[in-house]
Design a protein around this ligand. Sequence first.
Ligand code: FES
Ligand code: FES
Length: 80
Amino acid sequence: MPDAPIIAQKAPFPVEVTEGKSYFWCACGKSQKQPFCDGSHKGTGMEPVKFTAEESKKVFFCGCKHTDKLPLCDGSHSRL
Ligand code: FES
Ligand code: FES
């Protein structure tokens, strides 16, 4: 069983993404480079989630790690 993710922050991380570029969202919450993976998930049983930007715009990556719409914020942080 994977561990439960750590809540990095109870709010999303706004990021200006670039069309065609891929991003690896930290699912475990342990990364020091939030909201992205820095390899700290080793041993947690969790893996980063790949996000490929379909257009250049601002997106809100989930910071609480409890969203149902990985890797983007769906408002679940308000219930934690
Ligand atoms: Fe959290 Fe990689 S550091 S998923
Ligand atoms: Fe996780 Fe909003 S920050 S659902």
